[in-house]
Design a protein around this ligand. Structure first.
Ligand code: ADP
Length: 586
């Protein structure tokens, strides 16, 4: 954040009242959404209501000890983020203060108040390599050079979207800090490696397009049944302990995005600590480089004040858009959006606004959709293609999906991965309920899978879905009369469905091989089960009893495909074995 510029500070106001994170001030010359500094300590806050002489502010830092009469200053500027090299590999708090800088400034891991730190290091030198020369014409969004930001990410330096653009009259090359001018235009505009952007405003793009490529996650049930597109939106609702965090982490590690922005929004402090400790240890499975080299973490734990949950969401999406503008595919994970909604509810009730459903403010739906709408597959201002995919975890109290945050999210997102407490209890992981989940991207992504994986990708999936549907219906009968009362062909269908669940839908995030499953392998597992299905039904028709079919030695090997490194040979061998053993029975 970059509002610390004291020269822009405007006339003083005075605190009139303090109610938790909500402070009112009198005599403050400010506009809606201006950033203000509150109290003797200068705590950062944002104007959220103005009524006559009274300005209401939500404060992003703990307000205990702050009282009436203390000064309030407005910066006259909205909440902005600092954008530039150095954001990858960074860990920020909710208002983009780098945690390591805060720690060293305060000599403690416990964040103190009123400490200001720019989001990117203003002194660090970066190797700037220009891609334009004197005499070139550049427009807003155009790339003028690049910087090796991390081992993985080439940071493109762009003409800020709010510049006019023009002819390049001077270009530098070599080591510069982000505040030094590297390209100068004939109209006097000076381009640095630093941009600022107001977080509540989406960065401009040339065109939002229909996404046609999947964000491959390496998770079978997601890629296979409920895929999300690059530029798509997804929600993962689930009760405590059902696997939201594990799923988000799997996506952060494995999804084929160039950049990951991970927003830990008010989840329990220790969970966020886990992320902060875990992520820096992890390697990017695709490049072998540290995962953090393409990741930005925004960690707003539940012991930070509620208002900061809102800013961390907006900070995250703005950073994501900035990398999108460079032509990257960015995935943003927000864990959890419920904590953000609860913050809105708290602030709203302190403002004594008319409450909507379950006390949430009436604008809950609008805020959620504004956030998810910033996702998309875009043609950027400079003509590149880039995307922001947004995956939000939702934590409905008691796992009840009928509550307002889940319901409002459902209306917005196009992919819904419903986590299920019963499945988690039975240790079926990922505990994604295949009957309740859906993806509205399926049809538009099928051509990609057909072209890149296999012609009958969609048919195989449909076959699996049909078997699982049938199982679902049969289960009701089984509960009434028991499995043995079913005709043999239906018993066999249940057996096939069991393999679909155990070999295909289940996937162990903690197994070194099973943790990632390529779309090819995902398809391969399905065809192995399908082969078993076809051969088994042939045997049944030939008069072989279902117990004998179920008992063939090869069948349980289906459940071990996931953990096979050399799965292609394994599947080929297994199909042959299954066929042979079943045909021997008749
Ligand atoms: P939540 O965030 O919903 O509270 P977690 O993501 O922390 O739940 O998951 C709870 C536990 O469930 C994990 O600690 C892990 O043991 C198990 N689990 C969840 N997903 C998986 C998975 N894909 N593979 C293996 N275990 C899983």
């Amino acid at each position: 954040m970059s509002q610390a510029t004291q020269d822009s500070v405007r006339e003083d106001g005075v605190i009139a009242s303090v109610s938790g994170p909500v402070v009112t001030a009198r005599g403050l010359d400010a506009r809606m959404n201006d950033v203000v500094y509150v109290g003797d300590e200068g705590l950062m806050g944002e104007v959220i209501e103005i009524e006559g002489d009274l300005t209401t502010i939500q404060v992003y830092e703990e307000t205990s000890g702050v009282g009436p009469g203390e000064p309030v200053e407005s910066t006259g500027e909205p909440l902005t983020v600092d954008l530039g090299p150095g954001m990858m590999d960074a860990i920020y708090d909710g208002v983009q203060r780098p945690l390591d800088v805060l720690e060293s400034k305060m000599d403690s891991a416990f964040l103190d108040r009123g400490v200001d730190a720019p989001g990117i290091d203003l002194d660090e030198k970066w190797e700037f390599e220009p891609t334009v020369s004197e005499g070139d014409e550049v427009a807003p969004g155009d790339v003028v050079g690049s910087v090796p930001e991390t081992v993985t990410i080439e940071h493109k330096v762009m003409v800020p979207p709010d510049f006019e653009g023009g002819e390049v009259v001077a270009v530098e090359e070599g080591e510069f800090s982000v505040t030094e001018t590297v390209v100068e235009l004939d109209n006097g505009e000076e381009i640095t490696m630093h941009q600022e952007w107001p977080v509540r405003q989406a960065r401009p793009a040339a065109e939002k397009k229909t996404p046609r490529e999947p964000l491959v996650s390496g998770q079978r049930i997601l890629d296979g049944l409920f895929p999300i597109a690059k530029g798509g939106t997804a929600a993962i609702p689930g009760p405590f302990g059902s696997g939201k965090t594990v799923t988000q982490h799997q996506l952060a590690k494995w999804a084929d995005a160039d950049i990951v922005v991970y927003v830990g929004c008010g989840e329990r402090g220790n969970e966020m600590t886990e992320v902060i400790e875990d992520f820096p240890e992890l390697d990017d499975p695709k490049t072998g480089n540290p995962l953090m080299a393409r990741t930005c973490l925004i960690a707003n734990t539940s012991n930070m004040p509620v208002a900061a949950r809102e800013s961390c969401i907006y900070t995250g999406i703005t950073i994501a858009e900035y990398y999108r503008d460079m032509g990257y595919d960015v995935a943003l994970m927000a864990d959890s959006t419920s904590r953000w909604a609860e913050a809105m509810r708290e602030i709203s009730s302190r403002l004594e606004e008319m409450p909507g459903e379950e006390g949430y403010p009436a604008y809950l739906a609008a805020r959620l959709s504004e956030f998810y709408e910033r996702a998309g597959y875009f043609t950027t201002v400079n003509g590149e293609e880039g995307s922001v995919s947004v995956i939000g975890a939702v934590s409905p109290p008691g796992g009840d999906f009928s509550e307002p945050v889940t319901q409002n999210t459902l209306r917005i997102v196009k992919t819904f991965w419903a986590l299920d407490a019963d499945l988690a209890e039975r240790r079926h992981f990922p505990a994604i309920n295949w009957n309740e989940s859906y993806s509205l991207y399926q049809e538009q992504l099928d051509p990609w899978f057909v072209e890149n994986v296999e012609d009958d990708w969609a048919d195989e999936r449909q076959w699996a879905v049909d078997v699982l549907d049938e199982e679902n219906e049969l289960q009701e009968i089984v509960q009434l009369v028991g499995k043995d009362a079913l005709p043999e062909d239906q018993q066999l269908t249940l057996e096939i469905a069991r393999y679909l669940r155990e070999a295909y839908l289940q996937q162990n995030a903690f197994h070194p091989t099973d943790t990632y499953c390529s779309p090819e392998k995902t398809y391969g597992i399905l065809t192995a089960i399908h082969t078993f299905n076809d051969e088994a039904f042939k045997a049944l028709e030939a008069g072989v009893p279902v117990e004998e079919i179920q008992a063939i030695e090869a069948a349980p090997r289906l459940n071990r495909i996931g953990v096979q490194e050399d799965w292609e040979a394994y599947i080929e061998d297994l199909k042959a074995e299954i066929t042979e053993q079943l045909r021997e029975l008749y």
